[in-house]
Design a protein around this ligand. Structure first.
Ligand code: SDX
Length: 379
């Protein structure tokens, strides 16, 4: 490939050298700092994974306890931000509310002291700690309630569910939700991470970096797909209607949400784990009527498109897990963002060390030496 060849979507074009995570799309492998996602899903926790991703080492017991304790301390959000969020329209999408409030954190904490390791560490803690609180606060306020204050005795994921529902989750729900956060924490050079890196490369503040990434994740081709999957399952309505629905969607050249991936050409390993989590929840709380439709949908899509490398991705089963946990559909993508803050921050730190602004080139296909035509002579 010569230096000036244009590749749409930068497909297979390296944008960084990174040691944070690794994906093998042919064999369905995902590793965080070299540790398999299956090991981490079974044995780790979201905050331990966040520490691993951001500081490139598994924390000791005392390091993890100190990290968790500092996150708990910073969970609360200043009243000025809560008051600002009270002005958000209740019909606004929670991802837009999150993007706005994440950027607002910069009004209070951005010092752009990027050469100060303590500033970096504080920004990491504040963003990980406050993003869940802001998502839950917007949800409470749009229902006409006051925000539920964080519960200092609850772990990270359990506290989010508590702030969202005003009920402490049971042990299974808390564990399943924490694994969901781990699964969504990081995924190499995806669109929102790339967006975070481009923003970071200008040496702006980390709050602006996260706001950029949230806006990118919101799109239906990226993090927004998990919400669209539930819409699709509701539209299909029954197992018998799956095939006709797919035929019609393909005929209309509409993508099937929750399937396909730029890198994975086999089933996304995260989808497999999420499917298992959904079945664990179903054992305790009964099967979801959409699950049978989802299983048939996966079978039909695999039959029709498997040879093109189109299989279920991370967004296909996540919505069924969240629905079982009583989470509203339009909060599925904000939950994706809550988790991905860990990966975005890891790449932000890694990008700072590169210290080179992103400025790609283009292949110019326009005209030259064109005349300026006076407005009275234009047709
Ligand atoms: C995430 O990058 C990441 O790592 C992202 C992510 C992460 O953790 O950050 O994994 C999270 O974003 C998962 C993806 C969620 N999005 C969706 O589920 C939306 C539906 N999927 C598609 O939009 C699509 O598969 C993408 C965007 C995910 C990937 O698109 P690509 O790599 O650009 O693939 P493509 O659009 O070039 O498609 C190649 C072919 C096309 O057919 P042809 O024109 O060659 O005949 O495959 C077809 C596409 O039409 N195709 C699909 C399809 N995905 C690809 N056809 C129907 N339904 C689909 N879902």
């Amino acid at each position: 490939m010569n230096a000036c060849e244009y590749i749409p979507g930068l497909e297979n074009i390296p944008a960084a050298k990174s040691s944070i995570s690794f994906v093998d799309g042919q064999d369905g492998i995902l590793e965080y700092r070299g540790i398999s996602i299956q090991e981490l899903a079974n044995k780790s926790s979201f905050l331990e994974c966040a520490y691993l991703l951001i500081w490139d080492q598994l924390p000791t017991q005392s390091q993890l306890e100190a990290f968790e304790s500092e996150i708990r301390y910073h969970r609360r959000v200043k009243y000025r931000i809560r008051d600002m969020m009270k002005c958000f329209p209740e019909t606004g999408h929670p991802m837009d509310a999150l993007q706005t409030s994440a950027a607002a954190l910069g009004l209070f904490y951005a010092r752009r002291a990027l050469d100060d390791p303590e500033y970096i560490r504080q920004a990491v803690v504040r963003l990980l700690a406050k993003i869940p609180t802001m998502v839950a606060a917007f949800h409470q306020m749009r229902r006409g309630n006051d925000p539920v204050q964080p519960h200092d005795k609850l772990d990270y994921g359990a506290n989010f569910l508590y702030m969202l529902t005003e009920r402490k989750p049971n042990a299974l729900a808390a564990k399943v939700f924490d694994v969901c956060l781990t699964l969504h924490a990081e995924h190499t050079m995806n669109a929102s991470t790339f967006s975070a890196m481009v923003t970071a490369s200008t040496l702006t503040d980390p709050y602006a970096v996260i706001a950029s990434a949230v806006g990118t994740l919101a799109g239906p081709l990226h993090g927004g797909a998990n919400e669209e999957v539930l819409v699709m399952l509701e539209e299909i309505g029954s197992v018998e209607k799956v095939s006709p629905y797919i035929e019609k969607r393909v005929a209309n050249k509409e993508k099937i949400m929750g399937f396909g991936h730029r890198v994975y050409k086999v089933k996304d390993p995260r989808a497999t784990i999420l499917q298992g989590l959904a079945e664990q929840l179903f054992e305790e709380t009964g099967r979801d009527e959409y699950y049978e439709i989802a299983l048939e949908l996966e079978r039909v899509v695999e039959e029709k498109f498997g040879q093109k490398g189109i299989y279920a991705n991370v967004d296909f089963y996540s919505g069924l897990v969240y629905r079982k946990l009583g989470i509203p559909t339009d909060l599925f993508t904000p939950i994706f963002a809550i988790a991905r803050v860990a990966g975005w921050l890891a790449h932000w730190k890694e990008q700072l060390a590169v210290n080179r602004i992103f400025r790609p080139t283009q292949v110019y296909v326009g005209s030259h030496n064109m005349p300026y035509i006076p407005i009275e002579k234009r047709v």
